[in-house]
Write a protein that binds this ligand. Structure first.
Ligand code: P6P
Length: 334
């Protein structure tokens, strides 16, 4: 049996680019540059326990999470890899309160990059999977430095989104609107190799992911829905399994491959829940829909939410189409 076809990220990007005759290749360069940043972050994440890079840097990010040094490293790595390419006009990071300008000495391009440099970083010390999430838009402004209006676009305007999950292996999962594709990093050659082509999330799963410690603050609809999943299921005569890693990228990635639903509801403490629209919910909603799933905030499609603030939060119910649709029914009934 001959070796199966080896498709590097580079080859895959070029092959998708060829499907779009008008493609200039600039956008492909954005993805290529991002993959370099991800490899550099992988190098530090994979040896985090060895070089004493762990431990809180003593500061807090705008969302109130304590910032670990790897967060800072990942944030700086993405900025330094992406700031000089001439393809971006502005960036925004979950770790920065305001938008990030492209330095004056570098040309400005037609794309906008948003990123959560290391989501789930509270798990770093416990060696639990963590991830980087990114989102790309076309600029709205015409030239020069990008503006907050270039950043605050609704999720349906995304032209690409993806994440890297640093787990038992390191995988890059992304979409540019032609389906969702997964690449596994081969550290021996430093290449992301196509391992999961055209990922489709099962129409229904048997897993739900939610922090049940928040039960007492949940709305009644959420309580009734989770209780429903815990009871005998007529179709398969067994209840759903509860799986919660506490690292969004890892929880989402498992549900994308196996099927199921991830919930971070709004509750009595915070009507908007915890997760950020621009840095977490929009990119994952884009991927989930590209894979045949759904993502809502309880009232509407995540991708249709019109953003008003850079770090605004929305509730998130995301995953298999039938699971999210049933959840939506319980939420509407209250
Ligand atoms: P909780 C990590 O801080 C994060 O943003 C996501 O990665 C994760 O799913 C969620 O928060 C966990 O939040 O409140 O359940 O600890």
């Amino acid at each position: 049996m001959g070796q199966s076809k080896i498709v590097t990220l580079e080859r895959h990007i070029i092959e998708i680019e060829r499907r779009h005759p008008g493609a200039t290749g600039n956008f492909s360069n954005v993805l290529r540059d991002l993959s370099l940043a991800f490899k550099i972050i992988w190098r530090e994440v994979s040896k985090a326990g060895l070089v004493n890079i762990l431990g809180a840097a003593g500061t807090q990010n705008v969302s109130g999470d304590s910032v670990k040094k790897l967060d800072v490293f990942a944030d700086e790595t993405i900025f330094k890899t992406m700031d000089h390419s001439g393809h971006l006009c502005v960036m925004a990071s979950e770790e920065h309160e305001s938008i990030i300008a492209i330095p004056d000495q570098y040309p400005k391009g037609k794309y906008v990059l948003l990123y959560d440099p290391l989501d789930g970083s509270g798990n770093i010390d416990a060696n639990v999977s963590i991830g980087t999430i990114f989102s790309v838009y076309r600029r709205i402004s015409h030239q020069g430095n990008g503006t907050i209006e270039d950043i605050l676009q609704p999720g349906y305007k995304q032209i690409a989104a993806g994440y890297v999950v640093f787990g038992s292996s390191t995988m890059l999962v992304y979409s540019t609107g032609d389906g969702v594709h997964g690449f596994t990093l081969d550290p021996s050659i430093g290449e992301f190799l196509l391992s999961h082509e055209d990922i489709k999330i099962p129409k229904r799963g048997k897993i739900y992911s939610v922090n049940e410690g928040n039960y007492k603050w949940w709305d009644n609809g959420v309580k009734r829905y989770i209780k429903h999943l815990q009871e005998e299921d007529a179709a398969t005569s067994r209840p759903y399994a509860s799986r919660y890693i506490g690292s969004l990228v890892a929880d989402f990635h498992r549900n994308l491959l196996y099927g199921g639903i991830y919930l971070y509801p709004g509750d009595a403490r915070n009507r908007n829940g915890k997760l950020r629209l621009m840095y977490e919910n929009n990119p994952l909603a884009y991927l989930c829909e590209q894979a045949g799933g759904r993502a809502i905030n309880g009232e509407k499609r995540i991708l249709d939410v019109i953003p008003t603030e850079l770090h605004q939060r929305t509730p998130l119910f995301i995953g298999s189409e039938e699971d999210v649709t049933l959840c939506e029914k319980f939420l509407r009934e209250g």
